[in-house]
Design a protein around this ligand. Structure first.
Ligand code: GLN
Length: 550
């Protein structure tokens, strides 16, 4: 719906504790508004000093999500894209580090003309400018801005102050504040407690912000009297108190909120029409397939960050989307690569119908990944290698098929005589770690009459990258001669982006990250065909087992 009017702004803050799922609530709201025809984007403001999350440890912060234009961002941006089916960009991810960096650069250039540079107004103005950037594109009717952290944190203060100023400047009905809190349940007394929410709303008020809508995370339905109490003490309308129960899947959350007229409440608050009924056709089909699978398979995810599943968030979500298309339940078996040995690999991968070799950095757990790739290749188990995963497949192949026992990636062994994976030419002079990898969308041409061309059903694709190392083209011909074929290349640089084994049911390695592109409305073809290959593998295994019995 093109309203041709100035865009409206929604701010999502969080109270009481962190990890309440602001990202999912913001994404759900975005999805509901899009379903009613509005053009929506979601932005995240993160209160830490890192310039971007690219340098953060995945163990601590989960996956780093990469946008089309090559920004390394928070994993919540992945949810925004998966729910909205709309690409985000660098402008959708802002951190305190980025804000201060811009302000300090301006100060050094003399842009402030000798003024004392302060949090208010200089930092808050820069935050405001970045919030409005998206609105100024004219591409959106509604901008949802999620503020990371919890209200009351020292780090969040400049953001809260900016929202106070912005809501005042924008005027009534042009912006809305949604506050997400927790209503804990005390089992001993059997009570739902509203006090923490009251306190957090009060903290917001002390900072001059009035929350218009309360979304409360809760393990139990809120009875009417609890809702009324929250409305009275927190100064919001009764119908603006929305409960957000724990759901079986994050993809159900939009519907739980819609049942309580969340989208209508928000649109009314923004003085926007509510007459267009939401269209949920695609989501309904997805959810119905997701909840009623006809088959089940198990896929091993072999990686070194498996102790924190959020480190592979986009991969597991991509499985969920593609699995629904295939009407299959994909169970992920988390396999820590550091635990895999020649002796136990058969046991570790027993019963799985597919193996995914995960992305990663550094040399820990590498040997386990190589052993897993070897086992999957020799036993015809469908295998998808992503980024480091593709590099591992190449190393394994060079060692065990081409006979280069010491083949390695230059990332793991600088002195290897056979650097089958080498540092990219334009990375050789790079010393800074932040934002310097080969990032974002790059073109890739696919070789006609290959599996990969059939999967994508085209010969030109765009996929997102995040790496410094590449397949070494000195080994190109030998790989081809032995059937592990480079079937996708960058048209300008000839960098190999895809390797496909032409004598194996499904043994494909990709230098890019297909998982970043998968959404509910548009599951990724590579994940779909990987699951299909795994299903076929399972059927064959069952058939063979039956034959053996007979
Ligand atoms: N460490 C490898 C590289 O930099 C792979 C990166 C990744 O898996 N994202 O090339």
């Amino acid at each position: 719906m093109e309203t041709n009017k100035a865009p409206k702004y929604i701010f999502v803050t969080g109270g009481v504790t962190s990890s309440l799922g602001k990202g999912i609530v913001a994404s759900s709201l975005g999805m509901l508004l899009e379903a009613r025809g509005y053009r929506v984007t979601i932005q995240k403001l993160d209160p830490y000093i890192n310039v971007d999350p690219g340098t953060l440890n995945p163990y601590e912060h989960g996956e780093c999500y990469v946008t089309e234009d090559g920004a390394e961002t928070d994993l919540d941006l992945g949810h925004y894209e998966r729910f909205l089916n709309r690409a985000t960009s660098r402008a959708n991810s802002v951190t305190t580090g980025r804000i201060y960096q811009t302000v300090i650069e301006k100060e050094r250039r003399g842009d402030y003309l000798g003024k004392t540079v302060q949090v208010v107004p200089h930092i808050t103005n820069e935050i405001k400018r970045r919030i409005k950037l998206l609105g100024n594109t004219g591409d959106y009717d509604i901008i949802i801005t999620e503020i990371g952290g919890t209200v009351g944190d020292i780090e969040s203060l400049p953001y809260i102050e900016t929202i106070r100023q912005l809501t005042w400047e924008l005027g009534e009905h042009n912006s809305l504040v949604i506050h997400l809190t927790l209503v804990p349940y005390l089992a001993a007394s059997g009570e739902l407690k509203t006090k923490p929410t009251q306190h957090s709303v009060r903290t917001l008020m002390e900072n001059g912000i009035h929350a218009n809508v309360l979304v409360t995370r809760t393990e139990h339905h809120l009875p009417k009297d609890v809702k009324n109490k929250l409305a009275l003490f927190c100064n919001v309308r009764k119908e603006n108190v929305i409960e957000c129960m724990d759901a079986d899947t994050i993809y159900e959350v939009p519907f739980l909120l819609h049942e309580q007229n969340f989208d209508e409440v928000v649109l009314k608050g923004l003085d926007l029409p509510t007459d267009q009924e939401p269209n949920f056709t695609v989501w309904n089909k997805f959810l119905s397939n997701h909840k009623n699978p006809k088959n089940e398979i198990e896929i091993a995810l072999v990686g070194k960050y498996v102790s924190l599943h959020d480190s592979y968030k986009s991969i597991t979500e991509a499985f969920t989307h593609a699995a629904a298309t295939c009407e299959t339940n994909v169970k992920v078996r988390w396999v820590y690569s550091g635990d895999i040995t020649e002796d136990n690999v058969g046991e570790q991968l027993k019963g799985v119908s597919g193996v995914l070799i995960a992305p990663g950095f550094g040399d820990r757990g590498i040997l386990g990944k190589i052993i897993a790739a070897n086992y999957a290749r020799r036993n015809n188990i469908p295998t998808l290698g992503i980024c480091l995963g593709m590099q591992i497949m190449a190393i394994e192949f060079a060692r065990n098929v081409l006979g280069y026992e010491k083949a390695d990636s230059a990332e793991m062994d600088l002195t290897t005589p056979y650097p089958v994976i080498s540092l990219m030419e334009d990375q050789k002079d790079v010393s800074d770690k932040g934002g310097t990898m080969r990032l974002g969308n790059w073109k890739c041409n696919l070789t006609p009459n290959t599996k990969i061309e059939k999967i994508y059903n085209t010969t030109e694709i765009l996929e997102r990258h995040r790496h410094r190392y590449e397949f070494n083209n000195d080994f190109y011909n030998e790989f081809v001669e032995h059937n592990f074929i480079p079937v996708g290349k960058n048209p300008e640089t000839e960098l190999v982006e895809i390797l496909e084994h032409n004598q194996h049911p499904f043994y494909i390695g990709v230098q890019f990250h297909p998982e970043y592109k998968s959404t509910v409305a548009s599951p990724h073809p590579l994940f779909i065909s990987f699951i299909e290959a795994a299903l076929l593998n399972k059927q064959n295994d069952l058939l063979n087992a039956t034959r053996e019995k007979i």
